[in-house]
Every structure is written in C-alpha cells, then in structure tokens.
Design a protein around this ligand. Structure first.
Ligand code: F6P
Length: 322
C-alpha cells in the first residue's frame, strides 16, 4: 500500500472532517502518499485528484460539513463511468480508497469494487444512523443535539403561549433521530416510519378526557416525504379542533460543529480505516458494535438500511409523556 485516495460522499455529516484528518495523518505517519477526490465520486469521474498533506488537515476537527466537499454523484451509477473511474485509479497507481459516507456511498463502493477498483475501506457517516452492520454512524450525535436544542427553544414559546407544535426532523426512512430527539425533548408523541400511528388513533389519544396538556410537542420523522408534517398537522387539527404550529428543522440538523462523541469516534474510525488498508484488508466497513470497532462487509445494496428494531422506547415514551 503506497498511494491512497480519500473521499466523502452523500449527505455531509458533522465529524466527517475528524475522520478525514485521522485517516490522512495515520497514512502520512506510515509513509503513504494521500490524495483526495473532491465532491465524493465526482473527483474520480472528472479524473481530478488533489494531494493532501498534514497541514491540509489543520484546524478542521471542529468544523461541520466536509472540507473535501461531497455530492450524491448520479453519473457514478452508470457502469461505463465506473469502469472509467476504476481505470483512472489504476493508471494513477492508487492501491487503496477510503470512502466516508452513507448507504448510497457504500452502494457506489460495492459497484466500484465489481469493476476492479482498488482496495476499499468504508467509514459510516450519516446523521440518519441507518447503516446496517453498525450501531452508530458519524454525525448522528451532533444532529440529535442540534435538533434537541431547537426543540428546547420551541418548548419555551409553546408553553408561554399554551400552544401545540409538531416538529419534523430528518432521518430519511429511519426513525432513529426522531426517537432520540423525542425522548430527550419530552415529546408527547413520536411518529416514526417504522411504527406509524394513524390520524384516527392519534386523534383519539389527543381527545382522551384524561389529557390535561396546555401545550405539547409532537416529534415527527420526515420519512419518505419531507414536509409531510404540514399536511399531518392540518388533518389532526380538523379531526380534533386542536391547532398545531409546524416547525420543519430541515438542513439545520446537518450543520454545526461536531460533538465530542462524533469527533472521537470519527478519529478512531479514520485511524482504523487506514490501518486496515495497510494490513491488506479490502472491501470492508469500519463499524461500531457493542462499543467495539470491528470490520463488517459493506451493507447489502439490495436490502433497506437499518431501522428502529422494536417499540420499546415508544412504549416507554407513552408512559412518561403523560
Ligand atoms: O441522509 C442524510 C439526510 O440529511 C437525510 O436525513 C435527508 O432526508 C437527506 O439527507 C436530505 O438530502 P439532501 O440534502 O440531498 O436534500
């Protein structure tokens, strides 16, 4: 292993920079040459690699976003484009590739490997925490803290005015972000795609005579349809006569300085990824399972990602939100 490329791909996640920094500096310490592909796979598609040295990593550990830029590169899903990328990497004598990103990024990694690309080690990074094979993805902790601090602020105004709010959080098809933010934010209900609650059922709960709330917050996962909470709030108001204000947190959840947890795990994962490439490991993802860093296969692109596995926390919230 002499020359490696690093890229960040898919939605940015706070902590990506810490992973890049650790991977680059570990590689330099081992005498490797390190290059970046900017904007995810796009750098490979446009056949542009940028050299990275230690000073390029200065003062980035605390930054949100990704200094390597990112993209959801559509062109890369074409076989002929991937073949060209694999050929380009070979012509540049690249032996290893570190890919930091979410599900789509690993789908790309699996496809590149089929075209005879270099050895790849992946690092899971997405605020959705929805990658199969790992209990944790870089960025999740920062995003849930960002959403939580927004909810705390909404609670101040909700309780001052005796108002009800619905707050929509990201997470794509998974409810991990909504679940954690809902529990920690004292939400009355948490609506996640894995365990949907019908409007009728929710209305009945809101109209129970024992309900005494003057103000409340319902946390709603965006699911497949970001923005759907506006419609949901209207339907619930029509059925119950209770008015809801809606706040869609959106991309604010992706930004900001990474938490200590994200910086630390990203640093450990970045270091491990480089070490694994040097040790001859290929086509594996660094994963956290039961507080241990291990290596797993790339997630199966045919399978949906990781989902909230059971209702335990929702049932608990039903008891403590009353
Ligand atoms: O996967 C991360 C994520 O932030 C999801 O939670 C969200 O649904 C999606 O990306 C938004 O993607 P984009 O920024 O491309 O609109």
């Amino acid at each position: 292993m002499k020359k490696i490329v690093i890229l960040t791909s898919g939605g940015d996640a706070p902590g990506m920079n810490a992973a890049v920094r650790a991977a680059v500096r570990t590689a330099l310490a081992e005498g490797l040459e390190v290059w970046a592909s900017h904007s995810g796979y796009q750098g490979l598609v446009s056949e542009t690699l940028v050299p990275l040295d230690s000073s390029a990593m200065a003062n980035c550990i605390q930054l949100g976003g990704t200094i390597l830029k990112t993209d959801r590169c559509q062109a890369f899903f074409e076989k002929t484009v991937r073949q060209r990328c694999a050929h380009f990497l070979k012509s540049k004598l690249i032996d290893g590739l570190i890919i930091i990103g979410g599900d789509g990024s690993f789908r790309g990694a699996t496809l590149l490997q089929e075209e005879g690309g270099p050895a790849i080690v992946g690092i899971p990074a997405t605020i959705d925490n929805d990658i199969e094979g790992t209990d944790y993805t870089i960025g999740f902790d920062t995003a849930r803290n960002t959403a939580l601090s927004a909810i705390d602020r909404i609670r101040d105004t909700a309780s001052s005015h005796n108002r009800n709010f619905m707050v929509e959080v990201m997470g794509r098809h998974a409810g991990f972000l909504a679940l954690d933010v809902g529990i920690a934010g004292g939400a009355e209900y948490i609506l996640i795609p894995e365990y949907p609650l019908t409007i009728d059922k929710l209305s009945r709960k809101m109209l129970e005579p024992s309900r005494k709330k003057m103000s409340s917050i319902i946390v709603v996962a965006e699911g497949e349809n970001p923005g759907h909470t506006l419609d949901l709030a209207k339907k619930l108001s029509d059925k119950t006569g209770i008015t809801y204000k809606v706040c869609i947190l959106g991309h604010i959840q992706r930004g900001g300085s990474p938490s200590a947890l994200d910086r630390k795990l990203a640093s450990l994962m970045g270091h491990t990824a480089t070490k694994m490439l040097i040790n001859g490991i290929m086509n594996k993802m660094v994963a956290l399972q039961h507080d241990q860093l291990i290596l797993v296969d790339f997630p199966d692109p045919q399978q949906p990602g990781r989902r909230v596995p059971d209702k335990t926390l929702l049932d608990l919230n039903d008891i403590i939100c009353k």
